[in-house]
Design a protein around this ligand. Sequence first.
Ligand SMILES: [Zn+2]
Length: 488
Amino acid sequence: MLFVLVNVCYLCVTELLSVLLSDNDCSMSLLLSLSLPLSSSILFSHSLFLSLSLFLSPLSFLSPSLPISLSLSLSVCPSLFLCRAFKINELKTEVTNRLAMLEKRVELEGMKVVEIEKCRSDIKKLREEMASRNNSHFLDDNKKLTPRRDVPSYPKYHLSQETVEALRQPTFDVWQWEPNEMLSCLEHMYHDLDLVKDFNMNPITLKRWLLCIHDNYRMNPFHNFRHCFCVTQMMYSMICLCSLQETFTQVDILILMTAAVCHDLDHPGYNNMYQINARTELAVRYNDISPLENHHCAVAFQIFSQPDCNIFSTFDPEAFKQIRQGIITLILATDMARHGEILDSFKHKVDSFDFTDEEHVTCLKMVLIKCCDISNEVRPMEVAEPWADCLLEEYFMQSDREKAEGLPVAPFMDREKVTKPTAQIGFIKFVLIPMFETVMKLFPQIEDVMVQPLRESRDRYEELKQIDDAMNEVQKKKSENLTMGKKK
Ligand SMILES: [Zn+2]
């Protein structure tokens, strides 16, 4: 142990202490003997305290709980020099120990950082795994496809006459029903259209099939069982409104209704563009050709392959083939990438439409399912508007994921680029109205109940856009004025 006695003037004390205190590895005891005039002792004590406080302040930052209290008493009495020196020595030991403790804590904190980083990367891996599982499909998982044996009789879900009548209208409020009520409504439609009677369907199989359908829709913001219900209910109201049973065969009606029920089965909530760009299992399986629609079809027929859910069990093989082909054609027609092609083909036929021409009828059925699939804006504003929010939510979910995965993002899905009015105006003006107006040539009765609400919806969103634009203009001017004010 080295014993050093140093005489210093008070100006050098702080520097010495810093050196001494920072040298915490050295097992050196230092005795400071301060020869100071009594008159400066108070000043010195203050200065020393400040120096120590400053030196220790980073420590207190690192460990706010560390109590740092320094008390120095100074005296000119030589007998107290030693005592004071020992106090400083004690202080040095204490600080050295605390530094060692802090270093340990820093080391531990460092380990925690490493742990946190590891947790982060584990979470990322788990997320990716979950995402990829979301994209893997029923073919590996038969759980949901197993039909339920305990078909409920729904005494609680008996439909009132009022509901039965409202169900035939495009104005039906699709939001006020829980899943079992929607299932009862779908069941009612099959009975009401005489499909159960005409095709000798087992009514219990119909119930079981519908339950299985419900179980195979995912809880997406938009592409969920309620959307399936909406599309089917719109199909039912179009069949009623356009008296399609007078011009179509019952097989056509069965194809239209069943394709509507099955058209988005097991939709993962990310569209074909995502599937193709992210090279998902679905895109690989279907070679980038309508991966989702092919998948919805495949799931539908996986369900029919279960005897307990096969509503077509009474059909002979030829009839089943026809039904199967019809349903596949309609579900594949719901891919919006084919919108122009299908509508053009229909436009060529509509002026000389022939209900006895199979090609004409198939084309009309394709257009009808397309109309129903995107028919939310036909509904009253209070029913339609929540759907626009649901769709945007699903789009934003996709674009956020595309950004995170470095994939291309469609502007209409980008939360930074799209607003509800702009998205709706374009869609109503350039997709919905032209399609419904073409169908109107064949069925003029849809003008008042379907086309007119679309025009009103377009006008309402245009007004909303004007308000949005005006608000943005005001906001822009405000921020410009603010910048000008700052510059001044
Ligand atoms: Zn759909």
